[in-house]
Design a protein around this ligand. Structure first.
Ligand SMILES: NC(=O)c1ccc[n+]([C@@H]2O[C@H](COP(=O)([O-])OP(=O)(O)OC[C@H]3O[C@@H](n4cnc5c(N)ncnc54)[C@H](OP(=O)(O)O)[C@@H]3O)[C@@H](O)[C@H]2O)c1
Length: 280
């Protein structure tokens, strides 16, 4: 490594609790992290807090949300504002934007549709799924992207699903709505790329969260097996033979929000322990 390269490397590292960690270059920035009182959203919130980002976190259950806010403040000492609201509604989005009208970082997340045979979905259920996983993130992006572009910095990450690339029977509505978001954003992304605003999607495979455990429970009931057997069967299909952790997910998200990821945009980052069976 050249002396210049070594200096850059040292400048972007810091010592924390005896370990060298990379400085993501976003200390002091602000982020709205939707649907983040637990699970993947909370993983993103924690990793951004670790990088020194002030947070707006969100969920509908106020006590869980406040508990998460306390946990993040105590762990990383950043400002955390909890906004208890349904992010799929106009009022919920307005409440988030009142708390932070011009965030530097937006993490789009929401509940996914329940596992269901597509024949059982009526029009209301289909429109609700599309509202949650396609319309809501688009609406939030519409409201923050121009101010990001004007300031010359913005990072948007959409939490989608591996099911966008790989069929998962019973999650067809989730796949369709998120694929719609992905295609919708592909052009938008390029329109702000020269303003240092990036938009990327993370496609989770199986991560150990309440949502995954509840989906496994449904699968177990259908197969007349136990939840533990369903979990073991799901892990066996993953080359890494385990589920991902919310910390692994959150740190990947925080990296995409970092200064170092400034040349990555319009990408679909698959995090699945090798489950997607293709060379490209
Ligand atoms: N875990 C996985 O393996 C996996 C894989 C692929 C895709 N995904 C997708 O990733 C997303 C997150 O999954 P997860 O596993 O982290 O789920 P989770 O553990 O159930 O957490 C969901 C979080 O979203 C909040 N939330 C749900 N609906 C909301 C709403 N309308 N407004 C505001 N907050 C809301 C929940 O809090 P409240 O309930 O209190 O609102 C909670 O904080 C989902 O869309 C899921 O389908 C997950």
């Amino acid at each position: 490594m050249t002396a210049y390269g070594y200096t850059i490397l040292c400048a972007s590292m810091q010592v924390l609790q005896g370990e060298m960690i990379m400085d993501l270059g976003i200390r002091g920035r602000t982020a709205i992290v939707c649907a983040s009182s637990q699970g993947l959203g909370k993983g993103c919130a924690l990793a951004l807090a670790e990088a020194g980002v002030a947070l707006i976190i969100n969920g509908r259950n106020q006590s869980l949300l406040e508990q998460t806010a306390r946990e993040i403040r105590e762990a990383w000492g950043v400002a955390v504002t909890p906004v208890a609201a349904d992010v799929s509604t106009a009022e919920g989005q307005a409440a988030l934007l009142r708390a932070c009208p011009a965030p530097d970082i937006l993490i789009n997340n929401n509940a996914g549709p329940p596992v269901r045979d597509f024949r059982e979905l009526d029009r209301r259920a289909i429109l609700d799924g599309i509202t949650s996983n396609m319309v809501t993130p688009i609406e939030l992006i519409q409201k923050v992207i121009d101010s990001m572009a004007a300031r010359g910095f913005g990072r948007i990450v959409n939490i989608t699903s591996l099911s966008v690339k790989m069929p998962i029977v019973g999650l067809d509505l989730s796949s369709g709505a998120r694929a719609g978001l992905t295609a919708f954003m592909a052009g938008v992304t390029r329109s702000v790329a020269d303003k240092n605003v990036t938009v990327n999607n993370i496609l989770p495979g199986n991560f150990d969260t309440a949502r995954l455990r509840s989906n496994l429970s449904v699968a177990a009931k259908r197969a007349h097996s136990s939840d533990a057997e369903a979990a073991a069967a799901a892990m066996a299909k993953i080359p890494m033979k385990r589920f991902g952790t919310t910390s692994e997910f959150g740190h990947t998200c925080a990296f995409l929000c970092s200064v170092h990821a400034g040349f990555i945009t319009g990408q679909n980052i698959v995090l699945d322990g090798g489950a997607y069976p293709a060379a490209f």
